[in-house]
Design a protein around this ligand. Structure first.
Ligand SMILES: Nc1ncnc2c1ncn2[C@@H]1O[C@H](COP(=O)(O)OP(=O)(O)OP(=O)(O)O)[C@@H](O)[C@H]1O
Ligand SMILES: [Mg+2]
Length: 315
């Protein structure tokens, strides 16, 4: 079996490290090569039997949908979710509508299309205004958290203008933050140790959530605690709902979900259907380590979950 590790062309240092490390891991057991997602992709990829997909910058608007769509058309099997599931996760409003329908806890929300604004809000509550189709905390600053109509309108306008997207307004959950990672499929779906993101060591005055500033400039002062310091009941609840989300969104092989916890209540914020796999740095890598899995084992486990899934589909 000849495996292609498909990656984007314009990638940063961390992503390059990820591509290189995935290649190292897979080459220990399989015949594999790196294949960039470029203009010659369609003709090149036909020479491979299986794809480990790392492309999440496919197009201008829809990111990780492109490679799975092409592979589906060509009949080449690949790791992670298909374009349908990626699309459901790419837009947080859509993901939240589905979560709500299935009684999966998510912060209450409303959204405003371009040019639309609220005329009144409950000023006793705290909200966060976000772009629904971004990632890596783009568009999220300390000013995204608002508690009056005027500030909310300002933030909504900013999202419309900067991202040309509707603005998602959610109840702000003041609590602790965790991330839940899953590997496998169906009966072999496994929840990795839950990762807690502890913002308590950040300098005074800085926001206690993953704003763009915190995510990109204060990584070293953010503590990652794995397994998270949560009760058995909360852990059980997180695992139950994370598996339910994986199922209702038809996710495949691996995924990661961000959650805020306030008291005994959990709130799923978003689902990452193609989370990054950077050694040491990425959340999933940290979770795998806490489960006693080396990086190479994690990558091979994802690959072999995908291979097994296709074999079972053929039965
Ligand atoms: N409703 C909320 N209540 C409290 N904090 C929130 C809420 N929504 C978002 N946040 C904070 O903002 C961060 C980024 O939000 P979110 O995960 O929705 O965006 P993202 O850009 O897709 O993130 P990622 O970097 O994981 O791709 C969260 O990790 C969390 O710290
Ligand atoms: Mg997130």
């Amino acid at each position: 079996m000849k495996i292609a590790i498909v990656h984007d062309l314009n990638i940063n240092n961390e992503e390059s490290k990820m591509v290189e490390s995935v290649n190292n891991a897979i080459s220990k057991k399989y015949n594999c090569e790196l294949v960039p997602f470029d203009d010659n992709f369609v003709s090149k990829i036909k020479n491979y039997d299986f794809v480990f997909n790392l492309s999440n910058k496919g197009g201008r608007e829809t990111k990780q949908l492109h490679v799975p769509s092409i592979l589906d058309k060509l009949g080449i099997p690949y790791t992670a979710s298909n374009a349908y599931s990626h699309a459901l996760c790419l837009d947080k409003i859509t993901t939240k509508i589905i979560m709500k329908f299935h009684n999966i806890p998510t912060p209450s929300f409303i959204y405003f299309d371009i040019g639309e604004f609220p005329d009144k809000i409950d000023e006793n509550k705290v909200y966060i205004v976000k772009p629904p189709r971004e990632g890596s905390a783009r568009g999220i600053t300390r000013k995204s958290v608002v508690n009056n109509l005027e500030d909310m309108k300002k933030q909504i306008k900013k999202i419309h203008k900067e991202f040309k997207q509707p603005a998602l307004v959610e109840e702000f959950i003041d609590g602790i933050e965790v991330s839940v990672g899953l590997i496998g499929n169906a009966d072999n779906l496994e929840v990795l140790p839950i990762l807690e993101i502890d913002f308590s060591n950040l300098p005074k005055g800085l926001e206690r959530f993953y704003s763009f500033e915190v995510k990109h400039n204060y990584g070293e002062l953010t503590n990652y605690v794995c397994p998270a310091r949560i009760s058995y009941e909360i852990k059980e609840k997180l695992e139950f709902y994370a598996k339910k989300i994986f199922k209702v969104l038809s996710l495949k092989d691996y995924a990661r979900m961000d959650v805020r916890i306030r008291g005994d209540e959990i709130y799923f914020i978003e689902v990452n259907s193609l989370p990054q796999l950077v050694p040491v740095y990425s959340d999933i890598t940290k979770m795998a380590k806490a489960a006693g899995m080396e990086y190479d084992d994690l990558i091979l486990k994802i690959l072999e979950s995908a291979i097994k899934r296709y074999k079972e589909e053929e039965k």
